[in-house]
Design a binder for this molecule. Sequence first.
Ligand code: NAD
Length: 342
Amino acid sequence: MEDKKLNVAVVGAGYWGKNLVRNFATAKKCNLKYVCDLNEKTLAVQKTSFPFIETTTDLQTVLNDKTIEAVVVATEAPAHFEIAKQVLNAGKNVFVEKPLTLSGADAKKLTVLAAEKKLKLMVGHLLEYHPAVNHIKEMLKSGKLGQPYYMYTQRVNLGIVRKNENAWWSLATHDISIICYLFDSEPVSVAASGQCFLQKDIEDVVFATVKFADGKVANIHCSWLDPHKIRKMTVVGSEKMVTFDDMEATEKIRVYDKGAAIKQDISTSYAEIISLRFGDIVIPKVANGEPLAAECSHFIDCVLDGLPIRSDGADGLRVVRVLQAGQESLKNNGVPVNTEKF
Ligand SMILES: NC(=O)c1ccc[n+]([C@@H]2O[C@H](COP(=O)([O-])OP(=O)(O)OC[C@H]3O[C@@H](n4cnc5c(N)ncnc54)[C@H](O)[C@@H]3O)[C@@H](O)[C@H]2O)c1
């Protein structure tokens, strides 16, 4: 007997959406039926690559088709909320590209709507499907790093300079999603500083500090105005420290058996001394695999088999709250802003 396939439509096949079209068009358990875009030329390109798809400029055609079970939304972020709401109201599962919405209030509405309708809502937090990130997640879960203390990320390059959003919204979404995923903890406040050099009121570079309820802390540096292409993060734990460099072709993770411990020093009448440990550096073997293919397969499997989604609506909401708090902090000279406001 042939395995059941999920009937899918992709809405928005621009710079990023075309990658989603390719993945859903070639995924084993998926039948990509429609690609919907406002741009006829974009549709023509997709039809040439995948002649079996139907193309349309009208979202309603997709929503009216009762055979469609899931819709992937890869339009620009300001349109996410309205389109995702229509998809859920039409009784279809939805995958929304990051960021889920532009406000916590809208993200919450989508999460509630999906729960009411008993439909899946997934956000395209791509890096939660990266094999190296998941390797570090396993190390944290198994306690190999000890107690996680803090982490910092760098996502900088020259370009792509966006006109409708700043570097914080465009780039930091990925880092915030990784940080929340790895720490598995609630972010409570964000203090962000940045500067607009190229365009009025659009930050090209941002330095942000995110604090968590349990005392963990994370720093994010993102920029599209930088001479280096860096995609790197460091996690510091009480037992070990680990780096993830996504620009490395193979040796993406390094685990440092380094740490510091406070001990009692009997010779100096029980004064406390700090001992530093400098041990081996290990490069673990991490499975290769395209994160986007894993992300798309996860969505298909979760919808077909009714499984919980890793980057679900709650995860999307948590990330949007950090983005919004960071935005408010940027406009207020870096004062810390609570995430629960949003
Ligand atoms: N996961 C990642 O690594 C990653 C990378 C880049 C972009 N993105 C996200 O992907 C989304 C799209 O970004 P992009 O850079 O591809 O933008 P884009 O402008 O290149 O593409 C958007 C497409 O959506 C179409 N569109 C807009 N409104 C529509 C509507 N109502 N109905 C149908 N089609 C519509 C446009 O015609 C365009 O082709 C954004 O949310 C962005 O944040 C994710």
